[in-house]
Design a protein around this ligand. Structure first.
Ligand code: PRX
Length: 632
């Protein structure tokens, strides 16, 4: 069932009621938005997964089934860094390119169930490679462009990827980002732990690219020689579609596994609903394809719904402020989905710059990745949306597959800075610390009851960790890791993470990830990473470091630098801390746990109101830390 274009509060209420009254019938009906090879006879996950007996192919749903009715419609507009570089691909052309890529992958020995790593800048081959993997039943593992070689090597090793698709370089303004060189370093770090046999290279520029004989090949000649017909694999709805790494509060980043039928149903359903998707829309989601937003709302949602997606290679303000507005004006973008951090950065350039552009094509604006503050919401809504566009603040996570709590244009009344109400079939609950559900207007730990089609299947190679991370902390509920406030009308305001995950500019960083990286610096005995409010980035990363005793002043002076370099090398530049404090100790409970609540308050400049410190193993350290922060 395709939703009627403009929902009203009444029609939306019917949808919500239908999902509540008979979820099995509701989701079975919604699954028919996809084209199945074998249509499922059951919907709900009763142990064997969503739509368990259905079979389909995701690339057929995103491409083949549109060929008859809109083969000549634009599927993808690529706007390059230079204003003059624009590529438009119709559904027929995109289909041909995906099939060619699928054949290149098959000819390179990739089989159903294999993992293919994709590490690319903002070029069309990213989306093409994802769909090609889906076509041949391989799982893609997209790696964020900003990961360091070490971070890439960890993910290649964990996923067991057999083939990598990368680029010679990426363009960032005048800069060239050495993708292939970084990949070569990653592949050389611990070759014994890697299964990569082949590296295919996209030439983004004419820059020279080093190729290793027998392993590496340029992609263009292979694609040119490949057939543009490629038989799609018949996949079970519960077969994995992709693996995507995300950070949690403990240990290394984990590979979240998403399935095929449930995930695509959720991507299509939510994309249509929250963006009020209509024929002729030009949909621009600014996320990197290395994050879940780039999977669900750059690629799968818009293409499953036969829409037109826009990919932009460049940056918001290069070569001059206003570049994003220029892209919206040039391509008549109707739907613009971005992050609060980007909105705040653009807002700081003033109202005059967007005022120079014609933004009247915009109909729906979206925000994702972190709480959007009132001021940024109002500016986005009033200045960019001209007060006439719906602004959907969409709350969700890598693990949820698609949006869960969001405004629905026309159907839900907005409240600035609130993600508003749960989507049909989503049942949030707020719990107290003991796991008791809280009623009415209240603040608590955000959990979700029951399942929904887009929920992740598992953590790669570690289902027990999936259970302990999400399902065991509050038995009977899915634990999101977020806190939220609910008002008397049932609207939700997300207050941020309640675990040790830090959200910097919408990028999830685990404190353990940073602390593990720093444990390798010889002169450090321990460290603690925390997040504190940051005007532009939402949260800023702060690291407390305890140096070994007896270091000289010169050694101490070099330590801060080593901390920054180590984090950049082991995680990526996006995780480099705002500030590094060298301190004599970290406040601990008697059982030896770092008390992050205190570390956060002290880093914010607070000097009192810390509550009872007598339960600490080392209460005197608090005064020392206050003194260190005061001096810096
Ligand atoms: O803390 C929430 C925040 O981002 C986390 C999920 O991050 P990730 O898995 O990287 O996915 C980001 C894109 C979906 C959540 O646990 N978050 C995401 N969207 C919002 C948000 N916080 C507040 N409001 C949002 N709209």
């Amino acid at each position: 069932m395709l939703l009627s274009p403009r929902l009203t509060p009444e029609t939306y209420k019917c949808l919500i009621d239908a999902a509540r009254q008979d979820p099995e019938a509701f989701w079975l009906r919604e699954s028919r938005r996809l084209q199945w090879m074998n249509a499922p006879t059951s919907a709900m996950d009763t142990g064997s997964g969503w739509f368990a007996d259905g079979t389909l192919n995701v690339s057929v749903n995103c491409l083949d089934r549109h060929l008859e009715t809109r083969g000549d419609h634009t599927a993808l507009i690529w706007q390059g860094e230079d204003t003059g570089s624009v590529l438009r691909l119709t559904y027929r052309e995109l289909h041909a390119r995906v099939c060619a890529m699928g054949n290149v992958l098959r000819d390179s020995g990739v089989k159903r169930g294999d993992r293919v790593a994709i590490h690319l800048p903002g070029v069309v081959e990213g989306v093409i490679a994802m769909l090609a993997c889906a076509r041949i039943g391989a799982m893609h593992v997209v790696l964020f462009g900003g990961f360091s070689a070490e971070a890439i090597a960890d993910r290649l090793a964990d996923s067991g990827a057999v083939l990598v698709i990368t680029a010679n370089v990426g363009r960032r303004g005048a800069k060239r980002i050495p993708f292939k060189t970084t990949m070569d370093t990653a592949l050389g770090l611990r070759p014994e732990a890697l299964a990569v046999r082949r590296v295919l290279v996209v030439e983004v520029t004419w820059d020279e690219v080093p190729l290793q004989e027998g392993r590496d090949a340029l992609l263009t000649p292979l694609l040119a020689a490949a057939s543009t017909e490629c038989e799609p694999e018949v996949m079970k709805a519960t077969d994995p579609l992709f693996l995507l790494y995300t950070s949690g509060s403990t240990g290394k980043p984990k590979g979240i596994v998403h399935g095929t039928g449930g995930y695509l149903t959720w991507a299509s359903f939510t994309h249509e609903l929250i963006f009020d998707h209509q024929q002729g829309d030009v949909f621009w989601c600014t996320a990197d394809i290395g994050w879940i937003t780039g999977h669900t709302y750059v690629a799968y949602g818009p293409l499953a719904n036969g829409g037109t997606l826009l990919l932009f290679e460049g940056m918001p303000s290069h070569p001059a402020p206003g570049r994003w507005w220029d892209v919206i004006q040039s391509h008549k973008v109707t739907t613009f989905y971005t992050s609060p951090t980007a909105v705040r950065a653009l807002m700081s350039e003033g109202d005059e710059i967007p005022g120079r552009y014609n933004l009247s094509s915009l109909r729906v604006l979206g925000s994702v990745g972190e709480p959007i503050n009132h001021e940024a919401w109002t500016w986005f809504h009033d200045v960019i949306g001209g007060g006439r566009c719906a602004l959907v603040d969409t709350w969700w996570q890598t693990e949820t597959g698609g949006a869960m709590i969001s405004l629905v244009p026309g159907a839900v009344a907005p409240r600035p800075a609130s993600a508003t109400l749960p989507l049909p079939g989503v049942n949030p609950v707020l719990l107290d610390e003991k796991g008791q559900p809280l009623d009415g207007a209240v603040e608590g730990i955000l959990c979700i009851d029951g399942s929904w089609p887009g929920r992740a299947l598992s953590i790669w190679k570690d289902d027990a960790l999936f259970q302990t991370t999400y399902l065991k902390p509050y038995p009977g509920h899915y634990f999101t890791g977020d806190g939220a406030r609910r008002d008397a009308d049932g609207y939700y305001w997300i207050t941020g993470r309640v675990d040790d995950v830090i959200n910097v500019s919408g990028h999830r960083i685990g404190s353990a990830e940073i602390e593990d990286a720093l444990s390798e610096i010889h002169d450090i005995s321990e460290s603690a990473a925390i997040g504190i409010p940051h005007d532009l980035k939402g949260q800023g990363l702060i690291v407390y470091v305890v140096p070994h005793h007896g270091l000289s002043d010169t050694q101490l002076a070099a330590l801060k630098d080593a901390v920054i370099k180590t984090i950049a090398a082991k995680v990526g530049r996006y995780a480099v801390p705002e500030r590094v404090y060298l301190v004599p100790d970290i406040p601990k409970t008697r059982s030896g746990k770092s008390v992050r609540r205190l570390l956060r308050k002290i880093a914010c400049g607070e000097t009192e109101g810390f509550g009872d410190l007598s339960t600490l193993a080392n209460p005197a350290i608090v005064a020392d830390l206050i003194a260190v922060i005061g001096r810096n």
